[in-house]
Write a protein that binds this ligand. Structure first.
Ligand code: FES
Length: 182
């Protein structure tokens, strides 16, 4: 027999060896898939430590509750748009309503989206409820953001989320304003 060449492998031996190799490869693949899956599960199970970017902070609860008139509260956050994370910043108007509850209003006029402004105290009311005025086409809104002139829809509002003496809102979850009664 020629010792320089491997001895001839029988069909049974070949099948047995390749079967073992295939099993080994499958085991390795299953092992990595298992590890990957384990990684996914453990990642999901980690406690959420970071708040989502669309939940933005407006300020200290005690400070916002102390607002006597109306104030702007600025925010900064991020939103996910398909695969892109976008930085967003803006502001809302905050006041305490007649029941002492925080009222958080979007500044976007419901006509074409211009930012409304509160009018000086001397110009307010007058039986019409004027409180916010749109500088673009003069739509008017009352202190609760209801439309009183020029547009049909009142201002969008946000539900306050209160945690650790701070107030947050979800900027992706505004509540549509009320339709003006004609
Ligand atoms: S955008 Fe406000 S009235 Fe037109």
């Amino acid at each position: 027999m020629n010792e320089r060449f491997p001895k001839k492998i029988s069909r049974r031996s070949f099948l047995s060896t390749s079967g073992k190799l295939a099993l080994g490869a499958t085991g390795i693949m299953a092992g990595s898939a298992g590890l990957f899956y384990y990684g996914q599960v453990t990642r999901k199970q980690k406690p959420q430590q970071e708040r989502p970017g669309n939940i933005v902070e407006l300020g200290q609860f005690s400070q916002l509750k102390a607002i006597k008139d109306v104030e702007k509260a600025n925010y900064e956050g991020t939103i996910q748009d398909a695969w892109v994370t976008k930085a967003v910043n803006g502001f809302v108007y905050v006041r305490n309503d007649a029941n002492g509850d925080l009222l958080i209003m979007s500044p976007a006029c419901t006509h074409l989206g211009c930012s409304i402004n509160p009018v000086p105290e001397a110009q307010r009311g007058g039986g019409k409820g004027l409180f916010f005025l749109c500088p673009c086409h003069a739509a008017e809104f009352d202190p609760s953001g209801n439309s009183v002139k020029g547009v049909l829809l009142g201002l969008d509002t946000y539900k306050p989320i209160i945690s650790d003496n701070k107030v947050y809102i979800d900027i992706l979850a505004s509540i549509k304003g009320q339709l003006r009664k004609l």
